[in-house]
Design a protein around this ligand. Structure first.
Ligand SMILES: Cc1cc2nc3c(=O)[nH]c(=O)nc-3n(C[C@H](O)[C@H](O)[C@H](O)COP(=O)(O)OP(=O)(O)OC[C@H]3O[C@@H](n4cnc5c(N)ncnc54)[C@H](O)[C@@H]3O)c2cc1C
Length: 228
């Protein structure tokens, strides 16, 4: 969710996306619900404007600032955009997350990259309930319980061995945009056409038929076209 990578652009995600997820039944994922966690996580290193306190806060583990250096081209681009009538947006994590041109925020401290690991792990590393296991791969999610449909743990390949690790409370899957759905499918959760191809050996827990596509690629256009 919190995206911190490569060029370290800091953008918390668009509020309409969160609200749409909640409308789909994912309670607790509305923008109003997640905003306090974004605020808690960051150390916003700009001079505070009155509007900032709605969207930002200081003192969290993740430093957020604007780049100290801008190419002269950036200024030229901003000036040209203003002249063309585009709005200037000083904060794409603020009240208007979509419109306008402006200089972005980034997750750096005095220009040096702040990764999720070096922002959050130092404080958390002493916690008795945190164990980081390196060089290991989750093979699938383990299910159990009366109806056998509750995620109870994970099967992990580590040090050449397969190990079952069980959760006391819950399993949180955050293997990225590609590996998360892949792991779900390896665990028997996914679209029917994929799981049926995977073979009979796969015990399935949740199979769904995919809704008709809402987006398709039109030949001759450079992006997805709405409505089908
Ligand atoms: C080139 C590039 C540039 C980007 N630049 C930016 C940027 O400037 N700003 C920004 O906000 N976002 C940027 N992004 C997007 C950003 O990297 C992602 O949105 C973000 O990393 C997603 O975080 P995540 O925790 O969901 O997944 P990931 O960061 O992908 O983390 C998933 C982790 O799970 C691990 N994993 C996967 N499968 C398994 C398994 N079976 N067992 C154990 N571990 C597993 C992976 O090794 C990985 O460490 C960029 C992405 C790319 C590709």
């Amino acid at each position: 969710m919190l995206e911190l990578a490569k060029c370290n652009l800091k953008f918390s995600g668009h509020k309409l996306d969160y609200d749409r997820w909640e409308a789909m039944g994912n309670y607790g994922w509305s923008y109003r619900d997640v905003l306090p966690y974004f605020k808690k996580s960051e150390d916003f290193r700009e001079e505070s404007q009155p509007e900032d306190s709605t969207f930002h806060s200081k003192g969290g583990p993740l430093a957020v600032e604007k780049a100290g250096f801008h190419s002269p081209l950036a200024e030229l681009f901003l000036n040209a955009s203003r002249k063309a009538g585009l709005a200037v947006n000083g904060d794409f994590c603020g009240s208007d997350q979509l419109m306008g041109v402006g200089l972005r925020h980034q997750a750096t401290l005095d220009g040096v990259r702040v990764s999720s690991a070096n922002a959050f792990l130092p404080d958390a590393s002493e916690r008795p309930n945190l164990t980081v296991i390196l060089e290991s791969t989750v093979q699938r999610i383990l299910f159990g319980g009366a109806k056998e449909n509750i995620a109870r743990g994970v099967l992990v390949k580590t040090g050449g061995r397969l190990v079952r690790i069980f959760a006391r409370r819950e399993v949180i899957l955050s293997a990225g945009a590609v590996a998360s759905p892949q792991l779900l499918m390896l665990s028997g959760i996914g679209p029917r056409d994929h799981l049926e191809v995977s073979g009979d050996f796969l015990k399935t827990f949740l199979v769904f038929d995919r809704a008709p596509p809402t987006e398709s690629w039109n030949s001759g256009t450079s992006g997805p076209a709405r409505g089908q």
